[in-house]
Design a protein. Structure first.
Length: 83
């Protein structure tokens, strides 16, 4: 992930996320969320500050159960179903 200035396209900040399959932006929480798979049977979610790309939280969730993520109080309400 890279945060760049427009129109110069000068790189301001870079965050490395090598396991990402999906990248989401949440306006309400001003976060970039990456979702990917780890080598084991788990899912890795990483939440970055959208203005600085600094890591806020990292979650590792086992895939042996289903997950539903929704937080309309803190985000625009993304929902992810995993089974």
């Amino acid at each position: 992930l890279a945060l760049v200035e427009y129109p110069t396209m000068r790189s301001i900040s870079v965050a490395v996320s090598d396991m990402s399959v999906v990248v989401l932006f949440d306006r309400k929480s001003a976060s970039v969320v990456t979702v990917g798979y780890t080598g084991g049977n788990s899912l890795m979610l990483q939440q970055y500050d959208a203005r600085s790309l600094k890591l806020k939280y990292r979650y590792r969730l086992q895939l042996s159960v289903g997950w539903l993520f929704q937080s309309p109080e803190n985000s625009d309400g993304y929902r992810i179903f995993i089974g």
